[in-house]
Design a protein around this ligand. Sequence first.
Ligand SMILES: NC(=O)c1ccc[n+]([C@@H]2O[C@H](COP(=O)([O-])OP(=O)(O)OC[C@H]3O[C@@H](n4cnc5c(N)ncnc54)[C@H](OP(=O)(O)O)[C@@H]3O)[C@@H](O)[C@H]2O)c1
Length: 359
Amino acid sequence: MQYVGLLGTSEKIIKIEIEHMKLGLENKHFDTAFQRLSSLEGKTVAITGTTTGTGFSAAEACGKLGANVLLLNRPSNRADIAFALLEATNSNGKFFKIDCDLQCFQSVRSATTEIMARCPAGLDILCNNAGVMALKDIPTADGFDVQMQTNHLSHFLLTKLVFRLLQEAAQKRGEARIVNHSSMARLMVKKLDPKYLEKRGGNLGGDGSRLFIFQGGRWERYGQTKLANAAFTACLHVKLRDKNPKIKAMVAHPGVAETDLQGTAIADGGAGPSGGIGRWLIRQMMKMGQSQQDGAMGIIRCIADPEINSGQFVGPGMGMTALRGPALSYPLERFYNNPYTRDLLWEKSCEAIGEDFVI
Ligand SMILES: NC(=O)c1ccc[n+]([C@@H]2O[C@H](COP(=O)([O-])OP(=O)(O)OC[C@H]3O[C@@H](n4cnc5c(N)ncnc54)[C@H](OP(=O)(O)O)[C@@H]3O)[C@@H](O)[C@H]2O)c1
């Protein structure tokens, strides 16, 4: 909140609104879980979406553990400020800013060139964290749904493009990790629908915002992206297990964590965010949730906990009531970890990025 004055006008209005709704929940599990993590000295970690939220907390934790941390963000004041904050408060790690707008495949490609330059000895961990939620039914310039391209397709492309670096790190230092960030919203859709991975942005269910029982288009699309994150992990796990067992794939979810994500869930009626949830209800949900750092512990454990293995799902439980709690590990679920869904996800994602991803 201390840096709000440095933001642009529209950013400032949204930030103040979100900060106003936050309850300031305290950490309950973070410190204990942090003690179990391994040092990341000599390792390089790339994380998407570190301006705020779980990505910021993960970057902070990786820095404390001694890593070189590549911060992959779309260019903004928020990205500059987060970089400055991380540098100023963390003396163990080294931070590097890399422009990467996940709404644009070309931007992901350009980011990869910079990542390669920063990783002469390989990339140890890629954390595909960034996400948007309940946005309007609009296409990206590449023609895909804005939520699907940001949350999954660009991460699929990024993973493909840096895969060689992950192989190099695994060969030199014994292992590399790919960490994805899903959500309880995966449980709201259950079945991956291929149309959401196609070039049909702007024509995928409209702007309906009903969250419970009757799902609106905004939430259906979000749920599909979070199911895709889990299914992508299942695909990677199965392919890597046979061909590249030193590269591990895992996925986490934060329960409900007090981040900036709820900003787009607010029902505003006007031109602003309109995920259809009233401020009162958002506050009630947050009361049942947890702090940003506790929420981030799922991805942080996937990044740095030696006890987490490929094919595990880390979070505060696996059902719809897993809103808070210590980040524990569970097996991947059958509703996406099955040959049909894995093949579908892989085939449609390759089609979307316009190239094969062979492991
Ligand atoms: N918080 C929760 O309760 C919750 C629950 C379930 C799952 N998750 C998942 O957790 C992950 C992190 O979310 P969060 O809760 O930490 O939300 P957040 O505070 O809103 O952070 C989201 C991050 O994603 C970045 N991002 C958005 N669009 C991007 C783009 N086009 N290119 C690059 N970066 C982009 C944002 O950067 P900008 O500043 O540029 O927008 C921000 O750094 C998401 O995948 C989300 O689905 C969160």
